[in-house]
Design a protein around this ligand. Structure first.
Ligand code: ASP
Ligand code: MG
Length: 409
């Protein structure tokens, strides 16, 4: 009987100090008694930011190839430190950098995608009775250049390794106990979800529940990897992110998420002609700015207004582009007004329960909260509201769908 194979990933806070690394080593040593382990580590907390700052101190626009070499060092250090800590406890371990286990990626530096992984060297080390410790977040492109997978990318390393090795489980140890129905700092009776489907998690992740890198969830979905997100500070079970199960639709709403990092741009008097949406959004996309919600009104007198949201950090850049286009196409003014928040209610059960959107609107109306924009998908309703009502909106929506004070919805 071979022992089960488990991938465990420890995030930055979990390995943030020498003491924390020792604590992780204790946990890994315990787990290694029952399972063969592949352990993925992030850089020590704050380290990636520190390294990026060093690069930016030398150039406002560091070469992406060199930037990747700089930041990949954070994970290199922790992988070796954890191996040393394990060895000191008498647990044989060996560290591996991305290229040493052939984590091949494309060449999109700073946001590379994994293409393939060769598990042979990991299995050889496992067969030799060692714990395999992998530096997360990094890979190597077709020309042998070091690449990184985007912020939070160690999650994706862990899920990809679980998929590549056919691991029995993938455990992501982090500084929260799991995925909550909403941010417990806003709603104290928010509760931990026992399990959530990939699709719900994707909606929640992209909406600001920053528990897992979005790409790791996409990966998990594609390869059917069941992911257990749990705390590295206690032994409580966390949240399982899993394929959709038949009874999941019984719960209408899984969670209420919010995103304070968006801004809204309105462009008035856009001539109502074919091709103009493309003229406006193509140059924005070309700059790599992700437009989220878009609303276009029905034209009147040959003109229409267009409102859309962009990440707040890219507001100025987006406004500059839109103003240039506006001049070229003879549109009116482009402006951004007020601080906004996008609040989203997410749940597989929306597919089979009618009237969720109406209930959301009524709930907000009762509090006098004005809705500025609305967008919906099969399992999500998002509204844009004035940022000053964020807490209130999240609280009343959570209470409406997930229970006031009562837990276990
Ligand atoms: N160290 C990288 C970051 O801070 C990757 C990770 O932690 O997952 O984004
Ligand atoms: Mg993370």
């Amino acid at each position: 009987m071979t022992r089960p194979l488990v991938v465990q990933k420890f995030g930055g806070t979990s390995v943030g100090t020498v003491e924390r690394i020792q604590e992780v080593a204790r946990r890994v040593a315990e787990g290694a008694q029952a399972s063969r382990l592949i352990v993925v580590v992030s850089a020590m907390s704050g380290e990636t930011d520190r390294l990026l700052k060093l690069a930016r101190a030398l150039s406002p626009d560091p070469l992406p190839r060199e930037s990747d070499v700089v930041v990949a060092s954070g994970e290199q250090v922790t992988s070796a430190l954890l191996s040393i800590a394990l060895d000191a406890r008498g647990v044989p371990a060996q560290s591996f950098l991305g290229h040493q286990i052939c984590i091949h990626t494309d060449d999109a530096h700073t946001k590379a995608r994994i293409r393939s992984i060769d598990s042979a060297r990991m299995f050889a080390a496992l067969d030799a009775g060692k714990v395999v410790v992998v530096a997360g977040f990094q890979g190597v492109d077709g020309n042998g250049n070091i690449t990184t997978l985007g912020r939070g990318g160690s999650d994706t390393t862990a899920v990809a390794l679980a998929a590549a090795t056919g691991a029995d489980a993938c455990e992501i140890y982090t500084d929260v106990d799991g995925v909550y129905t909403t941010d417990p700092r806003i709603v104290s009776h928010a509760h931990k979800l026992e399990r959530i489907s990939y699709d719900e998690m994707l909606e929640l992740a992209s909406l600001g529940a920053k528990v897992l890198q979005i790409r790791s969830v996409e990966f998990a979905k594609r390869y059917n990897v069941r992911v257990h997100v749990r705390s590295s500070f206690n032994d409580e079970p966390g949240t399982w992110v899993v394929p959709e199960e038949s009874n999941m639709e019984e719960v209408t709403v899984a969670g209420v998420a919010f995103d304070r990092d968006q801004s809204k741009i309105t462009l008035t008097d856009v001539p109502d002609r074919p091709g103009l949406a493309a003229r406006i959004f193509s140059p924005i996309a070309a700059k790599g700015i992700v437009v989220d919600m878009i609303i276009q009104n029905t034209g009147a007198a040959g003109k229409t207004d267009m409102t859309f949201t962009v990440p707040r950090v890219e507001l100025d850049a987006a406004l500059r582009i839109v103003r240039d286009v506006a001049r070229e196409i003879g549109a009116g003014d482009a402006r951004s007004e007020g601080d906004i928040t996008k609040v989203s209610v997410v749940g597989l059960g929306m597919r089979s329960h009618a009237g969720v959107a109406a209930q959301i609107f009524e709930t907000l109306a009762r509090e006098g909260i004005n809705i500025q924009m609305i967008s919906t998908s099969e399992i999500k309703v998002s509204v844009v509201i004035d940022a000053k009502y964020t807490e209130l909106a999240v609280r009343v929506l959570h209470d409406a769908f997930l229970g006031a004070k009562e837990t276990n919805g």
